[in-house]
Ligand binder design. Sequence first.
Ligand code: GDP
Length: 345
Amino acid sequence: MASATSGAAPPPAAPLDAADGALCEALLGSDETARRRALAKAITLLESTRADHRARADALLGALLPHAGRSLRLGVSGSPGVGKSTFIEALGLYLVGRGHRVAVLAVDPSSSVGGGSILGDKTRMVRLAAHPHAFIRPSPSAGNLGGVAEKTREAMLACEAAGHDIVVVETVGVGQSETAVAGMTDLFLLLQLPNAGDELQAIKKGVMELADLIVVNKADLDAAAATRAAAQIAGALRVLHWQAQPPGAWQPQVLQASALEASGLDALWEAVSRFRTLREASGALQARRRAQDEAWMWALVEAGLRQRLRAHPAVRAALPEIGAQVRAGTLAASVAARRLLELSK
Ligand code: GDP
């Protein structure tokens, strides 16, 4: 593959240096204030794109990993304006009120385009952000979806190591961000509006298929409309999941809530708990995580290989000509691909 001079290979993970060791200790420790500060610092390190930071971040991740994984990971999506941040704040306050420690992260690949993050914005969840058992972090603005999602995944591990037993990952339907979030969470929750008019309720089919729970929010505005919408969506779900499910499998559910009035949360949390119990008992929860981790590893390996390939001197030299030939239709794409791979050996 690439020569040692291509510079694409990350340096091997070093042991934690003294400062990062102290950071790790604070993050895992019992001092609430120190822990919160250490968590924020750790995530900043994980999000850094500097090569020397990456080596430190890898070492930190290695130290945190044995303490991670003991949370329920909840993905939340829905169109802008559906009430995601109001809902997450209401749910977060409900959960911290019951003794949970909640972390809210976001995957928003558009945040780097406009400069400001449209998600995870602290000012939108002021009450939750002020709670000592809640931690809110806006979306990293790392550019492409893969980069943003990778950093959010790592932040999630840090939050878990810091003792957050519920991690909420928020996203909007930008690019494939719902798929990315469903691919890093245990349960994927989709918020919908009560005006389930057929053309209005244009839920992307693929997103509907990802949903374990669909919540019709803003039920306070029009209870009858919310009930109608819930029935319509339940009907659509039945069509989608018409095949016989194995015994004990989870059937996606539709619920109603008002994030503004913080109502419907008991029923929602009861459904989430049933989902968790069922999936833990059948081993499906653990299997989903293992599959997610493996898929993540391959996604990163493939991205890294592509980057290395493009950086390879022989490939770089030949690419303009080979690319032009493929575009002109004088070279078969498959032959071109094999040639590029040969050149990178
Ligand atoms: P997001 O863009 O999906 O994060 O949506 P926001 O949480 O910012 O909410 C958009 C608007 O809907 C805000 O004005 C909220 O106050 C309002 N909203 C959110 N949830 C509810 C609800 O349950 N009922 C009503 N009536 N309004 C809501």
